[in-house]
Design a protein around this ligand. Structure first.
Ligand code: ADP
Ligand code: MG
Length: 498
């Protein structure tokens, strides 16, 4: 911090959703020239707080004052005009529009002369911006839908930073980005700080939080807990503030030397998919947690899809113990295979549907001919509660849930279905420690019940902490194998990845 001038003052900010007190009379001062992290477990109110600041939600109570003037933010465009921008947690670009139209949404005026929009000029300006961010690969005139979630996040980075906002909110954006995207985002966060802006940075990665921010504010169950200087604390201090108690020792599995059963649950032989993976072969045993790790582009995510019968142009075979060949998703689901995608919102969930619909989806055909709403309701309720999903009730839309609770809904679906083989791609991505611990405990329980888990993960501690065996992939091929052992190091795994 170059100085301690208050740029944005939040006073007594409040919001309730039905019975949920999402943000409970929170007051925080945000300074000029700072990156101010906002942390807290899933559902602690971070997104609700910043969504009120940026006009996505209406303000439930309290005031935001920017440079000593109370502001009234009607929507995101009006927020932008005031100099407040946000990169939202979910998808923040609009389908059906071009990349350029997304970047200049609500700001088209400079490109309109005598009522006619100069599309060429707008595309040119947008492309120049994209190029200057190092995103030349993304074309300004292309429809945004031609790009994946990660690329669309890059467009949002441009959209929300090019006009040098006074306040920039970055809500859980880093989990969606690969290394180079993150580097670019961090560069602009620092650039804005140097200009005198404040960046409100929401992230679950506490190392990243300490590396990037000047101060850190903590929310817990909607309440303000404390603000600390990043240089005075450790990640453990932050964890304690977030959960309000000492973390238990039993975060990951603690057993070593247990024998993996001989019995093979799933056999993968010579599986190739386009340029993504080449001749991948391995066996997943009954009662085993098999971890697959590597750099994000190594092909491991495609392996998960291939095992679920969800890849196009796959060769080779995926076979169950009884000889059943898995070549399509239907066969996979009917033969007790479950899959949770890395891209939770787009590939695992019906995001604009209820918790009930999401949980009952694959199980409906098992519930008999007469499907009453009551029956579906009871089924969903049972498994949502078994996962201790934080919700109002099962009629609530999954889009309203926090990341961790969305993942609980995905898992509840497959527990309800009674799946024996679970393919979990990045199961705890973007999820806070308490829900993470719940998911690890669940995986350990399932393993002991004889279920088999293929866990694809970009997190080394998770791979080492939870797997009976780890396969490392590099450039579409398996490059190393490690048996569960307390002496495995990060370095040993990384050596096989690069
Ligand atoms: P965080 O971003 O810290 O994970 P959120 O602000 O998303 O937390 O959520 C805080 C609480 O408010 C949660 O209990 C969540 O379920 C609830 N919530 C958030 N958005 C909505 C909404 N649109 N409708 C109902 N409840 C919501
Ligand atoms: Mg959030």
């Amino acid at each position: 911090m170059a100085d301690n001038k208050v740029l944005l003052r939040a006073t007594d900010i409040d919001k309730q959703f039905g019975i949920t007190h999402a943000v409970d009379h929170v007051s925080i001062d945000f300074y000029s020239h700072e990156i101010h992290a906002l942390i807290g477990e899933n559902g602690s109110g971070k997104s609700t707080f910043t969504n009120m600041l940026t006009g996505i939600y209406t303000l439930g109570g309290g005031t935001f004052a920017l440079e000593d003037k109370t502001i009234f933010v009607k929507n995101q465009v009006s927020a932008n005009r005031l100099g407040i921008a946000i990169i939202v947690q979910e998808m923040g670009t609009l389908s059906g529009l071009t990349v350029a139209e997304n970047i200049f949404l609500g700001e088209e005026d400079p490109f309109i002369h005598n009522g006619v929009k100069n599309t060429a000029a707008m595309n040119k300006k947008a492309q120049d911006l994209l190029d200057s961010y190092g995103f030349s690969r993304i074309r300004a005139n292309a429809i945004i839908d031609t790009y994946n979630f990660e690329d669309r996040k890059l467009v949002e980075i441009v959209k929300s930073t090019y006009f040098d906002p006074k306040v920039l909110v970055v809500d859980e954006t880093t989990t969606a980005l690969n290394h180079s995207g993150r580097v670019e985002l961090f560069k602009h966060m620092r650039r804005l700080r140097d200009l005198g802006s404040c960046v409100i940075f929401i992230s679950h990665d506490l190392d990243e939080v300490l590396e990037m921010s000047d101060r850190v504010s903590v929310l817990r169950d909607g309440e303000y807990i404390d603000t600390v200087n990043a240089k005075d604390v450790t990640t453990d201090d932050l964890k304690k503030l977030m959960v309000g108690r000492e973390l238990g020792e039993h975060y990951y599995r603690t057993d070593y030397g247990e024998k993996i059963p001989e019995e093979v649950a799933l056999k993968v032989e010579n599986v190739s998919v386009g340029n993504e993976i080449h001749n991948v072969s391995f066996e997943l045993h009954k009662g085993e947690i098999l971890g697959i790790g590597g750099l994000s582009e190594c092909g491991m995510h495609e392996v998960g899809k291939a095992c679920f019968g969800a890849s196009f142009d796959r060769t080779g075979s995926v076979t169950l113990a009884d000889g059943t060949q898995i070549n399509d998703i239907n066969t996979a689901i009917n033969h007790s295979i479950a899959y949770a995608s890395k891209d939770r919102d787009n590939e695992s969930l019906l995001i604009n549907d209820s918790i009930m619909d999401n949980i009952t989806l694959p199980s409906m055909r098992d519930m008999g001919k007469v499907l009453s709403i009551k029956k579906l309701h009871a089924f969903a309720d049972k498994f949502a509660k078994e996962m201790s999903t934080k919700m109002v009730n099962v009629d609530q839309f999954v889009s309203e849930l926090s990341g961790g609770n969305k993942q609980k809904v995905v898992l509840a679906r497959w527990i309800g279905k009674g799946s024996d083989i679970l393919i979990l791609d990045s199961p705890t991505r973007g999820i806070d420690i308490k829900v993470k611990a719940d998911i690890y405990a669940l995986m350990d329980k399932m393993r002991k019940e004889g279920k088999s888990i293929l866990m694809i993960s970009e997190e080394l501690p998770e791979l080492m902490g939870m797997s009976d065996r780890i396969l490392i992939m590099k450039e579409g091929e398996i490059s190393g194998e490690f048996l569960r052992d307390p002496s495995i190091t990060d370095t040993a795994l990384i050596e096989k990845m690069i």
